[in-house]
Unconditional design. Structure first.
Length: 217
């Protein structure tokens, strides 16, 4: 995972822990919140691993039960070992496997982000998150004003916080930091929306950022 991608995801988790009064947070507060964000990621990873374990147990139990109840094994002598049988891939089993794969991917992603953040002395993850944090603290009203300007027909106070935070981070990168390719910033904002928000969020975020790029890129 690239450092910038890890920075964006960590920044999003950090933003989720900020209250409305951004001015009250100092740099020391930032460091504490960043540490809490890392703990949140690790906690999320632990939760996802629990889901993986649960699904694996269900799949294992299903296979054992299916094999035991298969006609080939019901007809075998009582003291004979089970005969391996073909397992049909039902919709239910496919869904379980899909859930398992998604959970494993989320868990691995969370651990990668946490690892890169913990090893921040050897990369620019912490520095970039700090730049995003400082910019938002200094330009909060301007940044939220940009969202309000282009979210036509939407009350900014009623938008999902996760969507606002994704937009805030992307706008900071596009309009203020200006040191990452715009396409990369937008693509990764959409990935964050897909990962953390609703099905409608990616198209909403994309629409706002397309307008931001026209004026600020």
């Amino acid at each position: 995972m690239q450092a910038r991608r890890a920075s964006r995801e960590m920044a999003l988790i950090l933003f989720s822990q900020l209250g409305k009064d951004i001015d009250k947070y100092s740099l020391n507060d930032f460091k504490d919140i960043l540490l809490n964000s890392i703990r949140t990621l690790i906690g999320n990873s632990y939760d996802e691993l629990q889901v993986v374990t649960s699904e694996l147990n269900e799949i294992r139990d299903y296979i054992i039960e299916y094999e035991n109840n298969h006609k080939d094994n019901l007809e075998r002598p009582l003291d004979a070992p089970n005969i391996p049988v073909k397992l049909p891939l039902t919709d239910d089993m496919s869904n379980k496997i899909e859930t398992l794969m998604n959970s494993a991917e989320k868990s691995l992603s969370a651990l990668e982000v946490a690892e890169m953040s913990i090893l921040s002395d050897r990369n620019d993850v912490k520095k970039y998150i700090e730049s995003i944090f400082k910019t938002y603290k200094a330009k909060k009203d301007e940044i939220d004003g940009i969202i309000k300007k282009y979210a036509i027909g939407w009350d900014i106070e009623r938008l999902f916080k996760i969507d606002k935070d994704i937009l805030r981070i992307a706008i900071i990168e596009i309009a203020y930091l200006k040191d990452a390719p715009v396409k990369v910033v937008i693509d990764e904002a959409l990935e964050l929306a897909k990962k953390y928000s609703t099905d409608d969020s990616p198209s909403f975020v994309n629409g706002i950022l397309a307008k931001v790029v026209e004026c600020y890129a």
